[in-house]
Design a protein around this ligand. Structure first.
Ligand code: ZN
Length: 257
């Protein structure tokens, strides 16, 4: 049934979307202007081109379990992952200016990371048990560490993250209205932690220090469909809605154009 449904979808696409898209592909081929490298979770509910209303040619999208970007220190010569390769393809080769990490609520990967955050198993043991758990342990470790700081303060104290450069630190109050579960708070922390990881690559440094590349965080609330943008000015994830848009617009136009 599953594969039949997919083939039916392909047939429907042939009859409805194909022609329009081929014309869009031609425009992009002749005059590409990609706007963002977008890291998000592989979760089937995440449809980034729909909730950002972007189109052919707009975004390079990288998806994995938990929207993790491995830190440069964890990608030595023996370990190669796709995320830094995607950053290079997007920001260095194609000159993309904005990198966005988008997490979400009820993230199965983050729920799992939350559950195993105090586990005393080694990475080797985890690798034998489950590649997913090993991936989360290896690359979610720093997020779990930040979450532990938050937990220690009873979810009150702000956290400090690094953005484009070590000097560009920002402060984040995680879920100050206490609307979300612990797992969702971890997901928000994890989303911000990836900005630091993105900035850890040498090949990104030049663009990041010269203001040719900026990094941002979004968070999608799957329960309500609301999208939050992390405002460094307001030091928290702010719901992108009619009430907040003016202030957010001012911030992104002032700092990130
Ligand atoms: Zn997820």
């Amino acid at each position: 049934m599953g594969m039949y449904r997919i083939l039916q979808g392909v047939m429907k696409y042939r009859h409805t979307q194909r022609e329009v898209m081929v014309r869009q592909f031609e425009v992009v081929r002749d005059d590409p202007h990609p706007k963002a490298v977008f890291f998000t979770c592989m979760d089937s509910r995440m449809l980034p081109t729909r909730f950002t209303q972007t189109n052919v040619g707009d975004m390079f999208i990288v998806r994995n379990a938990g929207n993790l970007v491995p830190h440069a220190n964890l990608c030595g010569h023996e370990e190669i992952t796709t995320e830094p390769a995607a950053l290079e393809l997007g920001c260095v080769i194609n000159g993309i200016k904005h990198v966005i990490v988008c997490g979400h609520s009820d993230c199965k990967a983050m729920n799992m990371l939350h559950m195993m955050r105090n586990s005393d198993r080694t990475l080797q043991e985890m690798l034998k048990l489950s590649p997913l758990k090993a991936w989360l342990m290896r690359h979610g470790h720093s997020s779990a560490g930040k979450f532990a700081q938050l937990e220690l303060s009873n979810f009150q104290a702000p956290l400090v993250f690094q953005a484009e450069t070590p000097m560009r630190r920002f402060i984040a109050y995680i879920d100050p209205d206490n609307k979300f579960s612990e797992e969702d708070k971890l997901s928000q922390v994890n989303t911000l932690q990836q900005l630091q990881n993105i900035a850890s690559y040498n090949f990104m440094r030049d663009g990041l220090t010269r203001g040719r590349v900026y990094i941002h965080a979004l968070w999608f609330d799957i329960y309500t469909g609301d999208i939050y943008y992390f405002s460094r000015q307001q030091k928290m994830f702010v719901d992108v809605n009619e009430n907040n848009m003016e202030k957010l617009e001012e911030e992104v136009l002032k700092y990130y154009t």
